[in-house]
Design a protein around this ligand. Structure first.
Ligand SMILES: *[C@@H]1O[C@H](CO)[C@@H](O)[C@H](O)[C@H]1NC(C)=O
Ligand SMILES: *[C@@H]1O[C@H](CO)[C@@H](O)[C@H](O)[C@H]1NC(C)=O
Ligand SMILES: *[C@@H]1O[C@H](CO)[C@@H](O)[C@H](O)[C@H]1NC(C)=O
Ligand SMILES: *[C@@H]1O[C@H](CO)[C@@H](O)[C@H](O)[C@H]1NC(C)=O
Ligand SMILES: *[C@@H]1O[C@H](CO)[C@@H](O)[C@H](O)[C@H]1NC(C)=O
Ligand SMILES: *[C@@H]1O[C@H](CO)[C@@H](O)[C@H](O)[C@H]1NC(C)=O
Ligand SMILES: *[C@@H]1O[C@H](CO)[C@@H](O)[C@H](O)[C@H]1NC(C)=O
Ligand SMILES: *[C@@H]1O[C@H](CO)[C@@H](O)[C@H](O)[C@H]1NC(C)=O
Length: 499
């Protein structure tokens, strides 16, 4: 009985969460999967959510029926009109009515149908507020692990679990859905049980119901499963098997894309395990020159490279600021609608505008002091959380040439990256062409120029975030754009300003 009870509760977890790619949120708070009383609480949360959603549905239905009724009237009038339009428009009231309808009523209808959804959305707002009570990705990770242990212990297979067959005792009401199986498959990839992941994907495909409209909500389709499965097979060099999972038409393109991805992966792997020299402390000093404020409170600065100019600032973001950021981050929401195969980065991020509070304003002011640059047209801060295994592959920070923002703001001249915590193992930022590896240290920030002084992009700024092995890594980034810096960095000659 115990396993069934345990299992039922775990199954109940799934409708509430939307599965995620990165099982990584670490600030441990509630640990739903660990206790049944917490799970009971979760049931209440789900009740509430359902109630609010049904309120939303009711209101929308009422509105729809009003729209539907008037549509009926409109159609009736239309038919009447078309049957004998001369007589119809012979009546001046009818012509007035048509003109009125199309001149002003139409706008009102548009407004009614689109704009006035506020009332309905109130219900959704309520649901949105409830998100703090939802399980986190670490809850999901624990729940998935629970299933995994259950399977190992009782020698269960995904096929059996998929139909709710627990050691011969079949309970269809505990059967897993195609989505559940898919999520478990993704989890197994995380814990490197590739064969088991395949079995889950297989079960997921078997349980997949064509034309199930609910899948639209989750942006889930047969292709989602096939792509994950295919990518897994390619990773394991099983190209022939993988091809079965990709649509015939785009077969070669997809496989090439996935292949490139894994080659890049490998490159990054080698870079991350390579022994780079520690930054050869070019200079360590206090910087008090960029702004009058720094005369009073100079920043501790360590110069790491001159070409491109790169410095590390120490103790430049404070404990209370870090706490504020983490308290105000909500990575749960970013689990929704993310593409399932994140090709470049496995992490979660969340934007913070400089206007989202005093803390952000202060940090922005400090960046101004650190860089001596104007914050006009700089981008929103981005808080990024890398969980275990979280990486960001080799990339540049400057835009690809065709990116529209490039023309609006100018190129990303400087990147500032704050480390909001120590990471127990690895997770460093590596610049292979500079032979530099920067280890996350709480409170420090690295700043570098992405451009030559001529404005050309600096190819040596290619970098990656190495996978986190133990712990969780939080960084805050700020990209500063070039367009409003003209008068601040006046000596833009070909030579490097700083060297
Ligand atoms: C949402 O649900 C809660 C709990 O069931 C209820 O108290 C609240 O009135 C609902 N709010 C809306 C806007 O439907
Ligand atoms: C359930 O699994 C057992 C083996 O564990 C098997 O003998 C039985 O036929 C299965 N029942 C169903 C309905 O699939
Ligand atoms: C998928 O499951 C079916 C039915 O259990 C099985 O016959 C088939 O061999 C499985 N395919 C793979 C590739 O594992
Ligand atoms: C799914 O819908 C499409 C078009 O609406 C239809 O042609 C197809 O037969 C449906 N498939 C199933 C399995 O119901
Ligand atoms: C594959 O990519 C090439 C160029 O990248 C493109 O011309 C071709 O149409 C693509 N093929 C398919 C089937 O998408
Ligand atoms: C590191 O990455 C760079 C650029 O992606 C690559 O050229 C280089 O070979 C890699 N280094 C190692 C040690 O693999
Ligand atoms: C990077 O540093 C390592 C270790 O000090 C050294 O062996 C290697 O030659 C350096 N590579 C470059 C490109 O400077
Ligand atoms: C202080 O930092 C700014 C911006 O990084 C730099 O331009 C300036 O040269 C630094 N001053 C000193 C004395 O290092």
């Amino acid at each position: 009985m115990f396993i069934i009870k345990f299992f039922t509760f775990i199954v109940l977890l799934f409708p509430v969460q939307v599965w995620c790619n990165e099982f990584a949120n670490t600030v441990p708070d509630k640990a739903y999967a660990a206790s049944t009383s917490r799970l009971m609480k979760l049931l209440e949360v789900e009740d509430e959510l359902a109630e609010n959603l049904s309120g939303y549905v009711e209101k929308l239905k009422r509105k729809l029926s009003i729209v539907e009724k008037s549509l009926c009237n409109l159609k009736a009038k239309h038919i009447q009109m078309k049957m004998d339009y001369e007589t119809y428009f012979g009546n001046p009231l009818n012509s007035f009515s048509l003109i009125y309808r199309l001149s002003s009523s139409w706008k009102m209808w548009l407004k009614y149908t689109s704009e006035s959804q506020k009332e309905e959305l109130e219900h959704i707002d309520e649901a949105h507020r409830m998100r703090t009570q939802l399980p986190t990705s670490s809850d999901l990770q624990m729940a998935s692990r629970g299933i995994d242990e259950l399977m190992a212990y009782y020698k269960l297979t995904p096929e059996e679990l998929g139909v709710g067959n627990l050691s011969g005792y079949t309970r269809p009401e505990t059967a897993l859905s195609s989505l559940d199986c898919y999520a478990l498959g993704e989890f197994c990839i995380q814990i490197r049980k590739d064969a088991l992941a395949e079995a889950w994907f297989n079960a997921s495909l078997r349980l997949f119901k064509e034309n199930n409209s609910v899948y639209n909500v989750y942006d889930f389709s047969r292709t989602t499963i096939d792509t994950s499965w295919g990518a897994l097979l390619i990773k394991n060099n099983q190209y022939d098997a993988a091809f079965n999972h990709f649509g015939q038409s785009s077969l070669s393109n997809i496989s090439r894309e996935v292949q490139n991805q894994f080659e890049e992966d490998l490159g990054a792997k080698r870079n991350c395990s390579a022994k780079f020299r520690l930054p050869n402390h070019l200079h360590c000093r206090y910087n008090s020159s960029t702004s009058p404020f720094l005369h009073i409170a100079p920043l501790k600065m360590e110069e790491i490279s001159t070409d491109p100019y790169m410095v590390v600032y120490h103790d430049v973001i404070y404990e209370n600021e870090i706490n504020w950021l983490l308290d105000n981050s909500d990575f749960r929401t970013s689990l929704v609608g993310e593409s399932q195969i994140s090709t470049l980065r496995t992490s979660q991020d969340m934007p913070f505008g400089a206007n989202s509070g005093e803390v952000m304003r202060n940090i922005e002011k400090r960046i101004k002091d650190m860089t001596g640059l104007s914050m006009d047209l700089s981008e929103d801060f981005m808080l990024i959380n890398y969980g275990i295994g979280g990486t960001y592959k080799m990339h540049y920070d400057f835009y690809v040439y065709s990116e529209p923002l490039r023309f609006l703001r100018g190129e990303r001249i400087v990147t500032v990256l704050f480390y909001l915590g120590d990471v127990e193992l690895s997770g460093s930022t590596v610049f292979p062409f500079l032979n530099i590896s920067i280890t996350p240290k709480k409170g420090s920030a690295v700043m570098w120029y992405n451009l030559h002084n001529s404005g050309d992009v600096h190819q040596k700024t290619q970098h990656c975030a190495c996978p986190v092995v133990v712990g969780s890594k939080y960084v805050l980034t700020k990209w500063i754009n070039e367009l409003h810096q003209t008068f601040i960095t006046p000596c833009m000659k070909d030579s490097n300003i700083h060297s």
